[in-house]
Ligand binder design. Structure first.
Ligand SMILES: [Zn+2]
Length: 200
């Protein structure tokens, strides 16, 4: 019952707003007297949705700048320590991916290259380059929205973390907003193809 409610509320929120009224959920939880396990599960779902919404905001910023719309946030002890979006076109550099920029910002902010306690939220499954940086920076967990069938290095094209690394293996999972992220990317590439068609 409570999970059904969460599902409905989650989809309603995705469509209507990017805001995050956590109080309403706390009221529902108290009312339903859920077990600690369910409470933790719902808390986790709520957190993932909240931070992925922030990553989507970054992706939309990229879209507005005519960049491939991918956004990323890094969270340390429940707080956002870095936000970034793709800047490949602006900086004319193929390595300026949201995740890499975000890792650099988080390392500066925390004054440490080791990001062991950090969670990375990204709107698209990371590529091979970014999963390499995620491994080296020892990110604890990756939560991605849409899969990337062209470059995804977690589950789509490569399976970088399938074998355990002797020092550190980041955890990963697909989180919320898959459709929203995929739709934004589809719209972007459709627009690009239309612009390209007009030029020819
Ligand atoms: Zn990448």
């Amino acid at each position: 019952m409570i999970l059904n409610n969460l599902h409905i509320l989650y989809h309603t929120r995705c469509i209507t707003s990017i805001s995050f009224p956590i109080e309403s959920w706390q009221r529902v939880l108290k009312k339903n007297k859920q077990s600690k396990l369910n409470f933790k599960l719902i808390e986790m779902e709520e957190r993932n949705l909240y931070f992925m919404q922030l990553a989507m905001k970054e992706a939309k910023k990229a879209f507005e700048k005519d960049e491939v719309p991918i956004g990323c946030v890094i969270v340390h002890k429940g707080k956002v320590v870095a936000k970034a979006h793709n800047l490949v076109e602006k900086r004319k550099n193929a390595t300026e991916h949201a995740e890499l920029i975000c890792i650099e910002k988080a390392s500066k902010k925390l004054n440490d290259f080791r990001l062991n306690e950090c969670f990375l939220y990204t709107t698209l499954e990371p590529c091979l380059m970014c999963t390499g940086a995620i491994l080296l920076s020892r990110i604890k967990k990756i939560i991605y929205a849409a899969k990337d069938i062209r470059h995804g290095a977690l589950v789509s094209v490569f399976h970088v973390f399938e074998n355990k690394h002797p020092i550190h293996t980041p955890q990963f999972e697909q989180g919320p907003l898959e459709k929203e992220s995929a739709d934004l990317l589809k719209t972007f590439f459709k627009m690009k193809r239309a612009q390209h068609g007009k030029k020819n």
